[in-house]
Design a protein around this ligand. Structure first.
Ligand code: G1P
Length: 290
């Protein structure tokens, strides 16, 4: 049961970033020199997955264009002898096989995943949320796939968050499983009201799911915020078969949030091969003036 396919939902409106996202998809917001979605796609590629399914909506064609071959741009760059840049652009379009399915109504994350059911078929698959960027030595998706190869059941990636932040996430309750950083999921709840859970294990946007989830999603009713929640369907899946939470190695940035986005720019900027060193020195200079 190899993980061959990854679903990346990109249908969201990006209201947290208006007006920046009025005419461009939030997934096309740039971190240094590439859109956030490209980092996610590169993580998928580096994790050995063969195919990506974008779940899109109206106004998201810029994402599909970004990963497509651009004949006109390629010709212009060739004429101008900008060979390296042209090759880099072509590499983006050759990264991986990408297909799109359209989520016709904004009914929630669970519904977005369900929309990909015909392309996934009857095999386990990965889900990556575009807002969650993970900086790590081994790609987060790859860490999870290694664990899946051993346990063969659904996995949600988690990180610890302060108690006053739990209402912003899907929260997992569970027990240690005898394996480092892995917990057996007992209960999970989407964006719990403060004080209703003792757990600090927050789901971040990386999942490996067994295909049984589709049947469950087809009958999942709207939950938190009136949306069909993936977390609710996952809870139902735990009643059928085991599920594990995995505390991945790495640092996650919420690029869908203004502060998280700025932090991601700094974190990726100081590591950038071309400008990283200068940018780091610049930050030290600024800090000295604060
Ligand atoms: C989604 C999930 C939530 C998870 C979060 C991680 O929420 O529903 O369980 O904790 O992503 O980023 P959203 O941030 O889309 O509201």
């Amino acid at each position: 049961m190899k993980i061959r396919k990854a679903v990346i939902p990109v249908a969201g409106l990006g209201t947290r970033f208006l007006p920046a996202t009025k005419a461009i998809p939030k997934e096309m917001m740039t971190i240094v020199d590439r859109p956030t979605i490209q980092y996610i796609v590169e993580e998928v590629v580096a994790s050995g997955i063969d195919q990506i399914i974008f779940v899109t909506s109206e106004g998201k064609s810029a994402i599909e264009n970004h990963f497509d071959y651009n004949f006109h741009l390629d010709s212009v760059l060739r004429e101008k002898n900008k060979v390296a840049l042209g090759e880099e652009l072509n590499n983006i379009s050759n990264l991986i096989d990408i297909v799109s399915v359209r989520q016709k109504k904004p009914l929630g994350l669970g519904h977005a995943i369900w929309t990909a059911r015909h392309v996934i078929g009857n095999e386990p698959f990965m889900v990556l949320l575009g807002d969650d960027m993970v900086l790590s030595n081994i790609p987060c998706a790859k860490q999870m796939i290694s664990l899946f190869d051993e346990i063969g059941e659904s996995i949600v990636a988690i990180q610890r968050v302060p108690q006053n932040q739990t209402h912003r996430y899907g929260i997992v309750e569970g027990e240690e499983n005898g394996r480092d950083k892995t917990y057996r999921v007992r209960r999970m709840v989407e964006k719990p009201a403060p004080g209703t859970t003792d757990s600090d294990m927050a789901i971040i946007g990386r999942y490996i799911l067994m295909p049984d989830i589709f049947e469950i999603l087809s009958t999942t009713t709207p939950g938190h915020g009136g949306e069909i929640q993936l977390t609710d369907a996952l809870l139902a899946l735990t009643k059928k078969r085991s599920m594990y939470a995995y505390e991945f190695d790495g640092k996650r940035y919420d690029a869908g949030d203004k502060m998280g986005y700025l932090k991601a720019i700094v974190a990726y900027g100081i590591r950038h091969t071309e400008i990283g060193k200068d940018f780091r020195e610049h930050l030290i200079e600024i800090a000295a003036d604060l």
